[in-house]
Design a protein around this ligand. Structure first.
Ligand code: 2AM
Length: 176
């Protein structure tokens, strides 16, 4: 069987926002909340592609490179827990249109190329904890981290020596 890689399109967070999130998380949640996502792994997934071949990666990268849209401003001002997937997340209360457009475009390109896409609508989020063993009290979202998004990237999820690392493979600029 041809070699595959586990890939996804996502937004990176500015380093200072990453640090503020880590600080907020450390002050707001008890230690047994779940498995904290490492600072450098914090991201917002646009489209999950699954384990795909090099050919499919190339096709989807070419399509991603043809996307023409302007950047947008994203405000992270909400938090919650999904008990079904056992994660605690933060995200935008109101997703900007540009974010929805970009994710929907990448998701539909992925679906048309045979990458299964969940029928659930896109819920933009940044996972903070995985494997949360129980319902946790979500602190009031007393934050608003706002930043300009003018790039998106393709990442590979690499599991090595018991750790997952997200490695950037390619990056595109958002511009008309
Ligand atoms: P999560 O943070 O909500 O778990 C790399 O694994 C990224 O792809 C993560 O952001 C993860 O979202 C997302 N992801 C992993 N498996 C997925 C799946 N089956 N469907 C949708 N997104 C998935």
């Amino acid at each position: 069987m041809a070699e595959t890689r586990r890939l996804f399109f996502a937004l990176e967070l500015p380093k200072e926002v990453q640090q503020q999130i880590i600080h907020w998380r450390a002050t707001q949640f008890p230690e047994d909340t779940g498995r904290p996502v490492a600072a450098e792994n914090l991201h917002l997934t646009l489209a999950f592609l699954g384990d795909i071949s090099a050919d499919k990666q190339k096709a989807l990268s070419q399509l991603a490179g043809r996307i023409r849209q302007k950047g947008f401003t994203l405000a992270i001002d909400d938090a919650g827990q999904w008990l079904r997937s056992n994660v605690v997340w933060i995200g935008p209360r109101h997703a900007p249109l540009g974010l929805i457009q970009l994710a929907n475009m990448l998701r539909s390109q992925a679906a048309r190329n045979g990458c299964y896409q969940s029928p659930q609508p896109f819920h933009p989020h940044i996972t903070l904890y995985r494997n949360t063993p129980r319902a946790v009290t979500i602190p009031p979202p007393n934050f608003r981290w706002q930043f300009k998004v003018d790039e998106f990237a393709l990442y590979e999820s690499v599991f090595r020596q018991g750790r997952t690392r997200y490695q950037e493979l390619q990056r595109w600029t958002l511009s008309n």
